[in-house]
Write a protein that binds this ligand. Structure first.
Ligand code: AMP
Length: 159
């Protein structure tokens, strides 16, 4: 089945389709002569991944931010007044599997976190950014995500 989504909040990103496990992104642009042109990009997604399903809108969530590389949505079980998960559109397992070629995704995640923190009103008072990796850290979803936590004093060290 092909799912179509319209994007109005992401500049130039006009439509996505999931085709055979691949997320296809369509960007509308103007070419040099001022004519309209459509650019297609694609990203691998994992069929059995909860966050890939949230990204493709198969599973509902409360989205607070999206751009070409990342999306961010509210955590379903928040542990602070602001608890947002910042997630790359491309399926990456966790911070322990990152490679040098993933650097643009990481930059996009950190820039998104900064902008969301100010949107959520916690930019000035402070907030915490956390990647959980593996069992001892309590990692439960195998799709890279950055927790943005704030809106209350956060004790250190964490439990
Ligand atoms: P981690 O334990 O670091 O893997 O974080 C996974 C986070 O995903 C947890 O804080 C969960 O509460 C959150 N989570 C699980 N399912 C959903 C969902 N459907 N929508 C939003 N957040 C979710």
């Amino acid at each position: 089945m092909v799912r179509l989504r319209q994007y109005s909040s992401v500049r130039n990103l006009v439509r996505t389709e999931v085709i055979a496990g691949t997320l296809v992104l369509a960007h509308a642009d103007l070419d040099r002569s001022g004519g309209a042109c459509l650019t297609l990009a694609h990203m691998e997604i994992a069929d059995d991944c909860l966050f890939c399903k949230i990204i493709s809108r198969t599973v509902p969530s409360v989205m607070v931010y999206e751009d070409d590389e990342v999306v961010a949505f509210r955590d379903i079980a928040p542990v602070a007044p602001v608890h947002v998960l910042i997630v790359p559109r491309r399926h990456i397992v966790d911070a322990g599997t990152l490679e040098r070629e993933d650097q643009s995704v990481l930059i996009a995640m950190f820039l998104a976190s900064k902008s969301i923190a100010y949107e959520e009103g916690i930019g000035a008072n402070g907030y915490r950014l956390t990647f959980n990796v593996g069992e001892d850290a309590g990692n439960s979803v195998a799709h890279l995500h950055l927790h943005l936590l704030g809106g209350r004093f956060l004790a250190w060290p964490p439990g």
